[in-house]
Write a protein of this length. Structure first.
Length: 407
């Protein structure tokens, strides 16, 4: 019963997390667009606000922004915060549910570092919390007066944390934690900075006082940071399902390229929406980051080097080629002993209710049918077994590779 409940819980949490994330990202992108699209209007003093006219869904919208506050507050004031909070809460629960509850399966890789589940949890949660503390201190320091300096310091810090997580967790676990660190910074900006400052403005208005404009400026700055984080965070969360991105020894460089490429795309759209022209060179930079990432994955991962016909970076004993028409007994023994406790009609590994992705590997016919998946997941990227929980050896991986690539 427990494995079944765990799988349904994972599904529901992931569903809620994706839906909440769509709402938050959509709102974030819309308001960044709106800020950039504001134009002066005669009935608002210069530098005090602006308006934008938009058409959508068969109607016209007149949207105004007051840089400090309006003369009065309507009763139907809407706060945009729960999109962010719900995204973080569901993401945190999903992290606990998947990576901490099943740490030995998804988070801990003894070949990287031997950890207990409790130690892994403390490192992961502590690293995420430290990320927010460091970022907030940088923003409050004299460096915070320069967007460029803050950006450079935070960039170096995030890449350094990616390298740190890579040295203690499984490759997949490392990527998800750097994404969680950045997402936590984004939500903490909303919860601890933007909304509290906005409440101070509202309180001043209700008291008949003039709000301090610094609160709006600080909130706008943190909101812009969130905007530039968004695309890299989405990439990190999605790439968690694509082993080729995190199986390279230089996965932290992939993180750096995602940060640069994702942020520069937002620069393009922010400038475009502000009527400051089309900075097409931004797409050139983003494309260069993509090319570098692909080149890095091709040249530093087993899968990429095989595709290019390059020798392995670390030599392992290759098994003798096996006939393609049949599954050799040696290969059957490896798959049955290292894979089929999860990939079977009735998995016997604790915490697994159904075969992951519905892939069965408990018969020779099933092994032959899923040969490409075995090659990619177990022989080339070493993504399976997760964290090498069944302790498959390099020689066994070599046997799988020889069988799966034999003509």
């Amino acid at each position: 019963m427990e494995p079944i409940l765990h799988e349904f819980g994972s599904l529901l949490l992931r569903w809620a997390h994706i839906v909440a994330g769509m709402a938050w990202i959509g709102a974030s992108f819309y308001f960044m667009h709106l800020d950039a699209a504001l134009r002066p209007t005669p009935d608002l003093p210069a530098g005090k606000g602006g308006e934008a006219w938009e058409v959508h869904g068969g109607g016209f919208y007149q949207v105004r922004k007051y840089l400090v506050a309006p003369a009065f507050l309507p009763d139907h004031l809407m706060w945009h915060k729960w999109e962010s909070y719900t995204t973080w809460i569901t993401g945190a629960l999903l992290l606990v549910w998947t990576y901490y509850y099943q740490a030995t399966l998804y988070l801990i890789d003894p070949s990287v570092l031997s950890l207990t589940p409790l130690t892994a949890f403390l490192i992961g949660a502590g690293g995420i919390a430290f990320g927010w503390i460091f970022y907030d201190l940088v923003c409050r320091s004299p460096l915070g007066r320069s967007d460029l300096k803050v950006g450079l310091v935070v960039f170096v810090f995030v890449v350094a944390m990616a390298l740190f997580f890579q040295k203690v967790f499984s490759p997949r676990g490392a990527f998800i934690h750097i994404g969680a660190l950045m997402a936590t910074i984004m939500t903490a900006n909303v919860f601890l900075i933007i909304i509290p400052n906005q409440r101070k403005v509202v309180a001043a208005l209700k008291a008949g006082e003039a709000p301090d404009p610094k609160y709006g400026k600080i909130g706008k700055l943190r909101s812009s940071h969130n905007n530039y984080f968004t695309l890299p965070v989405i990439f990190l969360m999605m790439s968690n399902h694509y082993p080729i991105t995190y199986s390279t020894p230089y996965a932290f460089v992939i993180v750096a390229l995602a940060l640069i490429g994702g942020a520069i795309i937002r620069v393009f759209y922010n400038k475009r929406h502000a009527g400051q022209g089309n900075w097409w060179w931004c797409w050139g930079v983003a494309f260069a980051c993509l090319v570098l990432a692909v080149a890095l994955c091709l040249t530093t991962t087993p899968a990429g080097r095989t595709a290019l016909g390059l020798p392995a970076l670390v030599g392992t004993a290759e098994a003798a080629p096996a006939p393609a028409a049949a599954v050799p007994g040696e290969v059957q023994d490896v798959v049955m002993g290292r894979c089929s406790m999860c990939h079977a009609a009735e998995p016997v590994y604790e915490g697994i209710a159904t075969a992951p992705r519905g892939i069965l590997l408990d018969t020779p016919e099933a092994m032959e049918r899923n040969k490409p998946l075995i090659l990619m997941q177990a022989a080339l990227t070493h993504a399976m077994p997760p964290g090498n929980v069944t302790e498959i050896t390099p020689a066994e991986r070599a046997a799988l590779k020889a069988w799966a690539t034999a003509r």
